[in-house]
Write a protein that binds this ligand. Structure first.
Ligand SMILES: [Zn+2]
Ligand SMILES: [Zn+2]
Length: 275
């Protein structure tokens, strides 16, 4: 079971079929937008993990199945690198039969996630080339909306639709300009859809890994511990020292060394040598 209404099944279903031989059913009548939308008409409550779990449960309730899958994305400033856009995609599998929630996430370093303010289509050439329009659709709305009813044009993929949306939106804006944003819904943003496909494959790999202690599915890395010793002075640095692996069903934990084999940190990452 998969709770989605944005065509994400195209990216998710094949991964589950090929890697886990799981059949995924997509419920037809679920309004996941009721849980919050990208365009901000309905604010999302809680963390993206909570939102994804709520979405999976919505699908489970609709289908009566005990396993649900859902994904959730969040786009904004890059979580680690200043001044560039970034995205976090998270996918969960909720299994009420086993009483577990298995989740996997990825950071999208190169999302197609941009916005611009403009008065007419002639101002948009660079922006549209940059976001690879019309493969990636846009949303248009008044930049400074007047007091009338909410006006928002979504999923625009033709120059004609874009032009007419700009016309109505600029008329309804106090500064006569429109806000043009990439439409981040998965079926409107192929770059995001591809990220969701990668994430689905990573979640399947995790699900295919049993806990060494209890055998529950979904064993994998859950955290890191920093403090790799400085190669000059031996003090704990900000670099990762161990990967922490854990089980979703029992308390089993395991500290693994870095996969790149590094045992000491560059003094540049040491708070003693390079404060
Ligand atoms: Zn040092
Ligand atoms: Zn376990």
């Amino acid at each position: 079971m998969l709770a989605t209404m944005h065509g994400k099944e195209a990216a998710i279903v094949p991964a589950f079929q090929e890697r886990l031989e799981l059949t995924v059913e997509t419920p037809s009548a679920i309004d996941t937008d009721a849980l919050g939308t990208f365009t901000g008409e309905i604010p999302r409550a809680g963390t993206i993990r909570e939102a994804a779990i709520a979405k999976a449960r919505l699908g489970m309730a609709a289908t009566g199945l005990s396993i649900g899958i859902a994904s959730e994305g969040s786009y904004g400033p890059h979580p680690h690198v200043p001044f560039i856009p970034g995205g976090v995609e998270l996918m969960v599998l909720v299994d009420d039969g086993r009483g577990i929630v298995v989740s996997e996430y990825l950071i999208d370093d190169a999302p197609v996630y941009e916005h611009v303010v403009a008065a007419e289509i002639g101002d948009l050439r660079t922006f549209l080339d940059h976001i690879r329009f019309p493969d990636h659709a846009v949303i248009v709305r008044p930049h400074e909306p007047d007091d009338g009813s909410v006006l928002i044009h979504k999923g625009l993929r033709t120059a004609e639709a874009l032009e007419s949306a700009l016309e109505t939106s600029t008329l309804r804006s106090r500064d006569n300009r429109a806000l043009i944003q990439t439409d981040m819904r998965a079926h409107m943003n192929p770059t995001r859809m591809a990220s969701i496909g990668r994430l689905a494959r990573a979640l399947c790999d995790r699900l295919a890994t049993p806990c060494p202690a209890c055998g529950a599915p979904g064993y994998g890395q859950i955290d890191v511990e920093t403090g790799l010793p400085c190669e000059w002075c031996g003090a704990p640095s900000i670099m990762v020292r161990y990967q922490i692996f854990g089980c979703v069903a029992c308390e089993f934990r395991e500290m693994r060394p870095r996969p790149d084999g590094r045992t000491h940190a560059d003094p540049g990452h040491c708070p003693e040598c390079n404060p």
